[in-house]
Design a protein around this ligand. Structure first.
Ligand SMILES: [Zn+2]
Length: 77
């Protein structure tokens, strides 16, 4: 099973439909077992690209650090 951090990293690819099948399975399995990530993903999906940094203030504390570091790593690319 993938980690919360991986789920967050896979989010964009999943939403765009380009995530490989194998990762999609892990992605869905994680969502079926992690309510925090369900909350994150539902919010992510309806949040426009420009507003996604605001996500970090709206998600459960247990996922927040992963999201923050993910967004920071994307920004520095
Ligand atoms: Zn999770």
């Amino acid at each position: 099973m993938i980690s919360c951090q991986q789920l967050i990293e896979f989010c964009l690819d999943y939403v765009e439909g380009v995530l490989p099948d194998e990762e999609q399975v892990g992605f869905r399995r994680h969502l079926s077992q992690c309510p925090d990530c369900v909350t994150f993903f539902e919010t992510y999906r309806i949040t426009p690209e420009l507003s996604r940094e605001a996500l970090a203030t709206q998600i459960p504390a247990s996922v927040r650090e992963s999201v923050r570091s993910f967004l920071q790593s994307r920004r520095s690319e």
